[in-house]
Design a protein around this ligand. Sequence first.
Ligand code: C5P
Length: 286
Amino acid sequence: MPDLDVARTADAVRVFAPAKINLSLHVTGQRADGYHLLDSLVVFVDVGDQISAARADMFSLALSGPMAAGLRDTADNLVLRAARLGGVPLALGLDKHLPVASGIGGGSTDAAAALKAAGRLGAPRPSAQEVLALGADVPVCLAGVSARMQGIGDVITAQPLPPLHMVLVNSGVPVATPDVFKGLTTKNNPPMEAGLSRWPDSLAFIDWLALQRNDLEKPACKVAPEIGATLVALSLSPDVLMVRMSGSGATCFGLYPSRLHAETAAYQIARMNPWWWVQAASTLPG
Ligand code: C5P
């Protein structure tokens, strides 16, 4: 079966880099090297960036898109670091639509897409350690399917889930992940509750999900109090079923019964908060 997220034309490819949403994120411990042990349920949605790549004489990266201004240091961009692992020089393009440093895996999903693009253009696959060294979220982004993520992000178990429709809201404040982890008061929290299995429908799944947590939500709200305002706006939106922060923030999501409900809520939230990034989104199959 062809890879639907990879479009190929002669010696150039385009790869969609979907946003990663942590539906839950439990911090269950800390390793001696400081990295935290996680238990997180991750999905990918139909909102994201676009990576293009073509064989070239040397590595380069061109930025475009509404969120490109948030990326300053092109030379150290994860897209370039990922592509360089393959050793095949590429002219890369990053069309940036996801807010930077926002808890929905922008840099990691771009890096994963760059690895896929490089692979399509003949670069050898990097080792699991090299992939993890790019960032703790890169392995799950490379897997690209809904999954339970454990370890420090390196233990990935595919987890089929019913389709979900959501609104993503970001107030525009970038949040540095290390600052949020530093604010955790307890590091040995319980993992996700048992019951993770195949779900009869989305509502049954969301009932279960509502009992889980994002342990980073509280410390993130201290780092960026605007997160509280986005959670409130989502909670007050019509027909919302559940509200939570993704990753280390600041992006929060609300879940809705259908795409139409999500579009309606997104419209209303955006109208009341025109300076926020607000997107209706649906999970990708798989
Ligand atoms: O791996 P990544 O660069 O995405 O991680 C950014 C920072 O987030 C790390 O330097 C670390 O402070 C924190 N982190 C952590 N435990 C994880 C993942 C990230 O403490 N499992």
